[in-house]
Write a new protein. Structure first.
Length: 90
């Protein structure tokens, strides 16, 4: 299982210098989970690409593809468990 952050998701859906590595990660372990914040962060990245010339049509398609791929993979962490871990660690 891979906990995918937004950078990994971006490289999977927007061609860049790390896209082949992101694809290899997905091929090696397709059981990705994502944090609830990923969609907002991903839209922010798409906004930057739109401002640099990506068409809105392309941005919408990328967002739809990402949503379809990551559907039912969003995990909301237990806030109690997170706070317990923080309290137990330095």
């Amino acid at each position: 299982m891979i906990v995918a952050d937004t950078n990994l998701i971006v490289y999977l859906f927007i061609t860049g210098d790390q896209s082949s590595l992101a694809q290899k990660v997905l091929n090696k372990d397709p059981q990705w989970i994502v944090q609830p914040l990923w969609q907002s962060e991903f839209r922010n990245v798409l906004a930057a690409y739109i401002r640099r010339g990506m068409t809105i049509t392309r941005a919408r398609q990328i967002m739809r593809d990402a949503l379809a791929t990551l559907e039912n993979r969003q995990v909301i962490p237990s806030y109690d468990e997170i706070l317990d871990l923080v309290a137990e660690s330095e």
